[in-house]
Design a protein around this ligand. Sequence first.
Ligand code: FAD
Length: 316
Amino acid sequence: MTVIEHINQAKDTVISFEILPPLKGKGISAIYDHLDPLMEFKPAFINVTYHRSETMFKKKPDGTFEKVEVRKRPGTVAICAAIMNHYKVDAVPHLICGGFSKNETENALIDLNFLGVDNVLILRGDAPSNETFFEPEPDGHRYAIDLMKQVANMNNGIYLEDDLKGVVKTKFCMGVAGYPEKHFEAPNMETDLRFLKAKVDSGAEYIITQMFFDNQRYFDFVKRCREIGITVPIIPGLKPITTKKQLAVIPRTFYVDIPSELANEIIKCKMDEEVAQVGTEWLIQQSKELKNFGVPVLHYYTLGKASVIAKVVKAI
Ligand code: FAD
């Protein structure tokens, strides 16, 4: 079933989770151990992130260094298949522009279609950690909207080779990312929203937001989206803060603010266990308010914090 079908059929707010593929070398049990405690909440769908290769410098026996490409978290497509098979829950793979040629993208989409995956979350991806700006592959896509157009073409039976006969039309339901606090590269909110609207006008059926810790940011974002004619569901992305270090890491990594009330409570904590309690309580209050507001889905970035997310979902 597609994400949009889940939303349309639900009588109330539904739950969904986002997970990361485990680090290379771990088995599928790492995924099941993480998800098992969360399955009692009957998630409508589970997103699986995609992580591109990074360039690293590996020391050789002679003391010099060699440049190597390392993919620390492979397996997105296979993990989606495993989730759908094991839990009978729809999985949503993240598909990114970065590191992919159009041909590789098409092949990945063909695999997903064979596996019965109905959904894709379409993203640009970021520059690798050793580069400052995002650069597409020579025959790849620069923006998420360009990748969306390739998927939309396949949904219309248009593949890269135009002489294929009797082609199958794929039926991918496409979601895209939105930023209540603005994408970090966008010159201003208005321009960012204009590009978001273009993604929706090109076929995105829903938006999942970047995490935020102040619900007012989400409410304002939804209002501005509606004012410019974005009518699709806007799913809030939510994450718990569990360590003091995150006070600095989250704003630097995700370009989002941590409200002073929450930051002050965390600063007062002596141990990370106390921080996790504060972060969990904050996320419970955030979730309850969003549910009352009538959001279609509460989407949790679980990031190895299954026990915290389980407490939050139980409380709401
Ligand atoms: P785009 O929509 O392409 O936008 C990127 C920037 O370009 C924005 O500033 C936008 O305003 C601007 N822009 C858009 N279109 C145009 C245009 N036509 N002309 C000029 N400017 C334009 N990253 C991963 O690597 N893997 C993941 O699994 C992953 N999952 C994510 C899940 C969610 C819910 C979110 C919110 C983000 C995720 N990301 C992931 C991070 C994401 O890839 C980055 O935030 C990336 O920098 C932007 O991706 P995007 O799809 O929003 O890009």
